[in-house]
Write a protein that binds this ligand. Structure first.
Ligand code: GLN
Length: 475
């Protein structure tokens, strides 16, 4: 295998900046691998390296990046995993992608995803499922499954995805890589094709924690085009912590063990990781997040409600697919939407429209919003005692393709441990912590809003102690 592929992105950037590596060589090594993708991780791959000069002074050093399909990229297909946007080439580039390009990470390709980011297995993509590089009969997780599989398999040095209810952390866990969901507002949502606007956040999917910190450091910042974005307090430095002395970790009963429906193999690896954290000096205590078990119900009302409004714009007039009607506008709308949207998207539009209808608004959407407040409150109280809350990222490891496609509720349960954080707007990271039957397991740490620096530091210290080996997926 090309030894360049074994460099982490930060190591690659370092070599380029030191003048020891030609960034075009690095780009070409990855471009070739991405173009030969057998996992269906990419929906588009660049055909030539960027024609730029020196990356010597540029933070990301010319290391190419894979971008989830729902980020608009000027002149490049941006389909959000949906047939309704097939072939759509936006006239502008998403803020986060533009920032990364300017910081020295050229676009390598666009990655497959669940349609409009709705899913936990990448089987809802209009362009076919993505395969997990650890076992091709299994799912990579979703919805940023293409990004996660590409990074895990060494088809891309790093990637960006989005997380609404777990779509960065869960696929990162199932593919044995690192995924960071930032604080809501840390990264601009401008140019991200919207799913649920009060929850969506862009974030890095990387091979290790250092790469996550480096990439994230170039994604943050207020953007006047996204009124919910905020100036990040302080800078993101590369993590250095060697231990966890003085760090208090809370283990919520509701999201762990039998109460959280976590598989025994996952739980064993989670418990072993807690012991490692303790050896590194962390104090570990059991705690409660009393409303966390209701997060899934609240999420599956709030997210579809927002999606039903956001997806109203796909009407056959402005973007992508148009299926002709009987000469009248309404039949054109409905035929276009019937043909262009997949079953999960339709289910969510129905659910969301119902939850927002005048007779049911208070009972469903209103109640879900109250639960959301309670969940935030639980975290606020917990962070008075703890630096971070830790849980398994996903209750199980990668499941077989098709295993849950007929049972939406079983699919939704994958998000059990990841939905509470976006509802509260707080950051959380998943790092690989071991294997169960040869499949990766994720360990999740969540912290208060804008605690990313500390979160990355703690994750780094743990990562150094765990020594997870992801090479099998790149073989
Ligand atoms: N799996 C969750 C869903 O289907 C989360 C998706 C996401 O974070 N985009 O909604």
């Amino acid at each position: 295998m090309n030894e360049l592929i074994e460099l982490t992105a930060a190591q690659g950037a370092e070599r380029v900046r030191a003048g020891e590596l030609d960034p075009r060589e690095l780009f070409e090594a990855y471009r070739e691998r991405a173009a030969a993708d057998e996992l269906n991780a990419f929906t588009w791959v660049a055909d030539r390296p960027p024609d730029s000069g020196s990356f010597a002074q540029i933070p990301l050093g010319g290391v190419p990046i894979a971008v989830k399909d729902l980020f608009c990229t000027e002149g490049v297909p941006s389909q959000a995993g949906s047939r309704i946007l097939e072939g759509y080439r936006p006239p502008y580039t998403a803020a986060v992608v533009a920032k990364l390009t300017q910081a020295g990470a050229p676009l390598l390709g666009k990655t497959n995803q669940d349609e409009f980011a709705m899913g936990s297995s990448n089987e809802n993509s209009g362009f076919g499922p993505v395969l997990n590089p650890w076992d091709r009969a299994r799912v990579p997780g979703g919805s940023s499954g293409g990004s996660a599989a590409a990074v895990a398999a060494g088809l891309a040095p790093w990637a960006v995805g989005t997380d609404t209810g777990g779509s960065i952390r869960q696929p990162a866990a199932l593919c044995g890589i690192v995924g960071l969901k930032p604080t809501y507002g840390a990264c601009s949502r401008f140019g991200m094709i919207a799913f649920a606007s009060s929850l969506d956040q862009a974030g890095p999917l990387t091979r290790d924690v250092t790469d996550a910190a480096l990439l994230f450091s170039q994604m943050i910042g207020r953007d006047p085009r996204d009124s919910t974005s905020l100036e990040f307090p302080g800078r993101i430095e590369l993590p250095r912590a060697q231990d966890l002395r003085g760090i208090r970790l809370g283990v919520p009963a509701e999201l762990t063990g039998a109460e959280g429906g976590v598989e025994p193999g996952v739980m064993a690896s989670f418990e072993a990781t807690l012991r490692r954290a303790e050896e590194l000096g962390a104090q570990i205590e059991r705690c409660r997040l009393p409303h966390a078990p209701h997060a899934l119900s609240a999420y599956y009302l709030i997210a579809p409600a927002e999606a039903s409004a956001n997806l109203a714009r796909f009407d056959g007039v402005r973007y992508g697919l148009r299926v002709g009607g009987d000469g009248d506008l309404v039949s054109m709308y409905s035929r276009t939407r019937a043909a262009g949207f997949g079953p999960e998207v339709k289910r969510r539009i129905m659910l969301g429209t119902y939850a927002l209808s005048s007779g049911y608004y208070d009972a469903y959407y209103g109640t879900a919003q109250k639960v959301r407040t309670k969940i935030s409150e639980d975290f606020r109280v917990a962070f008075e005692r703890f630096d971070f809350i830790v849980t398994p990222t996903s209750p199980g490891t990668a499941f077989e393709l098709g295993a849950k496609t007929d049972d939406p509720l079983a699919m939704y349960l994958n998000d059990f441990c990841t939905v509470p954080m976006p509802l509260a707007g707080i950051p959380a990271i998943s790092i690989p912590c071991g294997l169960s039957d040869g499949l990766p397991i994720g360990f999740q740490l969540a912290g208060p809003a804008f605690s990313e620096s500390r979160l990355l530091d703690a994750a780094y210290a743990l990562e150094q102690a765990l020594c997870f080996d992801g090479r099998a997926a790149r073989a």
